[in-house]
Ligand binder design. Structure first.
Ligand code: SF4
Length: 372
């Protein structure tokens, strides 16, 4: 058991979707994960690693022509790491499998997409980057006493641990939280972005952790072509096509204006956020954190195919549904969760507690001032 009760955004999502799945998978509950990873490839993770290099604050004033190959190498390194981890956990060699062809195709598609992004982005990058991949903890307030931190039943402090893709500051000195999204089925609806709860809770948490106000959220979407479309490389200046750059569009939504940079493959939507939106996200996290930290919570299932289809815990859940013991399935096909929040050697900044010591003790990077 850790010295703090940690809640991560993916655990909160599990909890909101199905309490039983959360009970199987959350670190503070049973903490299981599938012994065999569902996929050998996490393309969005690899693209985010590339963009972390591209927007790394220490290199922001470097010529983009120098940074772009480094970013693409970040993408390639992430894919290699995923492949090695998959092979280690499955004892399979991808070279012998048709998945190897899929891996090569995804690697090539990602490289082409990134090359086109490097052509498109500079005209939309009207900012200075401040942080990439910032991983930090914030205290969740007690909903009954918002100026006090929430405590679990065993007295441990309840913290929210999250990672922010990118923080930028605009020419007026305002902070923005940037979310990168890899779109496999086309760009998102505007309402999807307006209601993006993860972006709002990240904005709230960043304000708690860094004591600066967030002006809004920027949703940076990168889209893969449909099977019948030519790829982004066909429209890339590096392939000889004229450089068009993004079209800027203003969209009026209720009382606010949304600024959008359009493009066939990339789209960036900048949304000013009201105080009510950001502070409301904190209230939701606090109320949900209070429930998650309870020991007497009823972890009932919520069977609904859109939730159950991607669920990792269908097998033990079905055993429970039929009144059987889930332990044989858990023992055979699951293992204690091993993936750490903090990965050594990964680009980004870490603030707060770093639970990566072999003995699982916590290191506090920013110790608080001595108390009375
Ligand atoms: S299979 Fe469905 S009901 Fe069962 S744990 Fe998963 S999401 Fe919940």
């Amino acid at each position: 058991m850790g010295t703090d009760f940690i809640i991560r955004p993916w655990e909160r999502e599990l909890f909101l979707g199905c309490r039983r799945a959360w009970d199987f998978g959350a670190h503070e509950r049973q903490g299981y994960e599938a012994a065999q990873p569902a996929s050998f490839l996490d393309l969005e993770r690899a693209v985010k690693d590339a963009l972390a290099v591209y927007y790394f604050p220490g290199m922001w004033d470097w010529n983009r022509a120098i940074v772009a190959p480094l970013a693409t190498e970040g993408f390639a390194k992430a894919l290699r790491t995923q492949r090695t981890a998959y092979q280690a956990s499955t004892a399979a060699t991808l070279e012998d499998d048709e998945e190897a062809a899929g891996w090569e195709a995804a690697s090539a598609a990602g490289r082409r997409m990134l090359a086109a992004y490097y052509d498109w982005a500079p005209k939309a990058d009207k900012w200075t980057t401040v942080q990439v991949e910032a991983l930090f903890d914030v205290t969740i307030p007690d909903p009954a006493r918002p100026d006090h931190g929430l405590l679990a039943a065993d007295g441990r402090g309840v913290l929210y641990r999250l990672r922010v893709d990118l923080v930028v500051v605009d020419k007026a000195g305002r902070n923005w939280i940037v979310e990168h999204r890899l779109c496999e089925d086309g760009f998102a609806e505007l309402d999807d972005l307006l209601l993006d709860d993860i972006a709002l809770t990240r904005s709230w948490a960043w304000e708690q952790g860094f004591l600066g106000k967030v002006a809004g959220t920027i949703h940076n979407e990168l889209r893969f072509p449909r099977p019948d479309e030519p790829g982004p490389e066909a429209a890339s200046p590096s392939a000889g096509a004229p450089s068009t750059g993004p079209d800027v569009e203003w969209i009026k939504v209720g009382g606010r204006h949304v600024r959008r940079y359009n493009g066939p493959w990339f789209r960036r939507t900048r949304i000013r956020r009201k105080r009510e939106e950001i502070e409301g996200a904190g209230v939701r996290v606090a109320e949900q954190g209070r429930l998650m930290a309870r020991t007497d919570l009823d972890c009932y299932p919520t069977p609904e195919w859109s939730t159950c289809r991607p669920c990792d815990f269908r097998e033990p859940c079905l055993a429970l549904m039929q009144g059987n013991d889930p332990q044989p399935a858990l023992a055979e096909h699951y293992r204690p969760r091993v993936r750490k929040d903090f990965e050594e050697g990964r680009l980004g900044s870490v603030w707060g507690y770093v639970p990566h010591r072999p003995d699982q003790t916590h290191v506090r990077l920013n110790p608080p001032p001595p108390g009375p």
